[in-house]
Structure formats: structure tokens, C-alpha cells
Design a binder for this molecule. Structure first.
Ligand SMILES: [Cu+2]
Length: 149
């Protein structure tokens, strides 16, 4: 396509600017519900001994975000990003327990995470994505807890 009219070549050259501007506007959409805790969910292992849960990621929340699990049994977490255009991640970090995961999930995507936690306690997870000078998603309320019993 050598003979692009000036108008079309401008459109293709300006695409990053247009996408950036659109993402900027998406981030200006008002957010309701600040760091609300969903009712806690206690996982019951399936017949194969695996504790399974699906966590919905939205702007800006995890639901459920208060999950009680049993120690010494595998946990399978399906992370679904239900946001429009906004990428999220799932960070769970506890150096004392040798635990560190940081998983990116694009808008509309899902990822499975397997955990095996042996030490009872409360483990915080969050999304640390941040757009320019806006508050991080964690600051907007994207945080939750795994309580291991
Ligand atoms: Cu996020």
C-alpha cells in the first residue's frame, strides 16, 4: 500500500495516540465500592482432594476476596479478568513462606494458578497494576486474603 492518502497514513501513524487516549478515558470512569470485602468463602476439597475457586477480577476488585482454605491440600485458582481493556495481575508474596507469584491476566483472559500452602496464616493477594499517575489498582481496592487453616 504505497499510495496511502495523507488522511489514512495519519490514522495509522496516530493509532498509538488514539489507543492511549482511549485507555486514559476508560480510567476516568468513576469507580464505586472501595475495597469492599465480599462474604468469606470456605473451600471444600473436591473428590480428588483439590480445593477449587474462580476469582473474578474487575475494575477494581477481586470477588470473592476473602477465601478460607485448608492447609496441606492443593488449591486450584482460576483467575478471570472481566474488565474491559484493563489488564490486571495477581500478586501473592510471602518471602518467609517462600511464596511468590505474579501473574498477568489480560482483559478478557483467564489463567489457572496452583498453590499448595502448608503454613496456617493469612496471605494477602493484590493487583499492583497502575496507569500513569493514577492510584494503583490495589489502592483502588483490588486486594484480598487467603486464610489458611
Ligand atoms: Cu488490576
Amino acid at each position: 500500500m504505497e499510495n496511502l492518502s495523507p488522511r489514512w497514513s495519519c490514522l495509522s501513524n496516530c493509532r498509538p495516540l488514539l489507543v492511549g487516549g482511549f485507555l486514559f478515558l476508560v480510567h476516568l470512569i468513576p469507580v464505586t465500592g472501595f475495597a469492599e470485602t465480599t462474604p468469606s468463602i470456605t473451600l471444600v476439597p473436591d473428590e480428588d482432594g483439590v480445593q477449587r475457586i474462580t476469582i473474578l477480577m474487575e475494575s477494581y476488585s477481586f470477588s470473592p476476596n476473602d477465601i478460607i482454605i485448608q492447609a496441606d491440600k492443593p488449591v486450584s485458582i482460576r483467575l478471570e479478568n472481566h474488565s474491559f481493556l484493563i489488564p490486571h495481575n495477581f500478586v501473592i508474596d510471602n518471602p518467609a513462606m517462600g511464596l511468590h507469584h505474579e501473574i498477568d491476566i489480560s482483559a478478557g483472559d483467564s489463567v489457572n494458578l496452583q498453590l499448595f500452602l502448608t503454613t496456617p496464616g493469612t496471605y494477602t493477594f493484590y493487583c499492583d497494576k497502575q496507569f500513569l499517575f493514577f492510584p494503583s489498582h490495589r489502592e483502588e481496592g483490588m486486594e484480598g486474603h487467603l486464610e489458611v487453616r
